[in-house]
Design a protein around this ligand. Sequence first.
Ligand SMILES: [Zn+2]
Ligand SMILES: [Zn+2]
Length: 160
Amino acid sequence: MKKSSYTPANDSPMGQYASAMVQGGLRLTPQRRQVYEVLMNKRDHPTATEVFIRAQKRMPSISLATVYNCLETMVGSGLVKAVHVDREPTRFCANLQEHGHFHCTECGHISDVEFSQNQDKGWKLPFGFLVTQHDVSLRGLCADCSTNSKKIHHSKPTIK
Ligand SMILES: [Zn+2]
Ligand SMILES: [Zn+2]
């Protein structure tokens, strides 16, 4: 019989996880695995508390403190990105591709935004400067909210 349902390929999320953990010198604990799976399963930039609630459904024994520890360790090793939005609690992102975050000021949703190939072209970097990492956050209205706000602006006079 062929085993087609499970392939532990290196490019699979868990393969990436395993190699990143090993590279960062981290042990593959079931708790860390669980936390990372939560982040990979739904890429909606949850807060630590949200990660805890989701992880607990699959691992009832996991504690909030453990989730905080796992997240902190993973951020420290570069496996997970911490996303800061104003005074809100830190959110977490498992997308390891270079990307920015678009924060919708209306509904609070955070979307991943990819950089275009010639991403450095938009910045007037001083001569000799080399970009090695991007940490870009954009804010505005998501597609749904901008559509809704157009409707509102059409029916109501603009305030301010
Ligand atoms: Zn992200
Ligand atoms: Zn929105």
